[in-house]
Design a protein around this ligand. Sequence first.
Ligand SMILES: [Zn+2]
Length: 215
Amino acid sequence: MRKLCILAIFVCCIVGCSIGTVDASLSGSFGIATATSNDSAKPVARKTFDVEIVPREKWAELDIIMSKITPMGSNNPIKITVHHTAEERDNAKVSDAEHMRDIDRYHQKERGWACIGYHFVISPNGTIFQGRPVKYQGAHVSKHNPLNVGVALMGNFETSKPSNAQVASLKRLIKGLQLYFNIPKQNLYGHRDLGDTLCPGKELYKIIQQIKNSY
Ligand SMILES: [Zn+2]
């Protein structure tokens, strides 16, 4: 039987969240090593990442369980996989930041992972949240996590369509990641391309195909 990404969680709490810009050239919250000049066999990644992101520090309450984390490795990511969170929720009662904390808590405490499995999550208003720092391997596609950046959109896109703001942010984020890490443009996947799942839902999957066909 096919499975959706995660179970629905409802928490009624309104928490604000500010937006910041993550400079990926800094090896901090976003950071991952880029190729160096004495490593000429590898492509040299661009050192700018000008996509506005809400850093993990702005929303997270839980610490990453470092004993469970796996570094992305010495190579840059080579692919991007898009998901939906498959949740139905009341946007008026649950803030985006609280939604992020719900997913983080669920993935850590129920699934037993280091922290949220996705590297980025895009809310209905187009805000892009940093999930798990890209310098760490994600937990979002069984057997395909190494060198794979996981991007999730909040919502269930088997039954509805992502907002225009979400789609616009998804396109900006994908382009930014592809440029920064030199990820081949065709290495963009929906979760269903790599596993037995409905994720990211048929409506979002159509958009991923449109993005791939626009190159
Ligand atoms: Zn998925």
